[in-house]
Design a protein around this ligand. Sequence first.
Ligand code: ATP
Length: 214
Amino acid sequence: MAKKVGIFGGTFDPIHIGHLRGALEVAEQLGFEELRLIPSARPPHRDTPQVSAADRLAMVEQAVAGVPPLKVDDRELKRDMPSYSIDTLESLRTELAAADQLFLLLGWDAFCGLPTWHRWEELLEHCHILVLQRPDADSEAPEALRDLLAARSVSDPQVLSGPSGQIAFVWQTPLAVSATQIRNLLASGKSVRFLVPDAVLAYIHAHGLYRAPN
Ligand code: ATP
């Protein structure tokens, strides 16, 4: 029986309920055996407070502890350079059986940026793409994605067939939360309770993360 594995990448700076609730709902809707959250190495141009990759990883670990089928996969942080999704997919594929279904979850904003990704046209050779609608997003897909959507999208994510190659949009409880908002709240001394799991909040406080510099 083919296994269903989902992957969800992000900087997770920090991980929040928008990521977690979306991941869990999709995993349950589609019956994933596992859904791996993959923290990415932060691109050097991102201008954020100094939170290490180890802290971002630890927060994801805290967030998913005891929440099957969510798991953490730290392969992108183990590399020296920020990695391309195509490399991650190729690496994951070596660990799966050929018939296993691999699903790449992307928020709508991330999906719209797809044409700028390295070797983006090859992504669907390795996985299906599931697009999570984000409440604060524009509704028009960029021009460069229209042909791809016309050729590859299916209206019902439940009917995605085979190991890879199709695109579907998935429903999730709309939660207009972003990591940027959370960092800003913390930097101005406000609470982020209920926007992140309590264990993540405890980690943030214990390690003094995201505080405004004195
Ligand atoms: P930042 O505000 O720092 O840009 P972010 O909240 O967008 O961060 P990322 O780690 O950059 O979080 O996002 C990882 C993935 O999660 C992306 O595909 C993004 O679209 C998706 N995502 C983030 N927040 C939400 C949300 N509230 N609902 C649905 N998807 C989300």
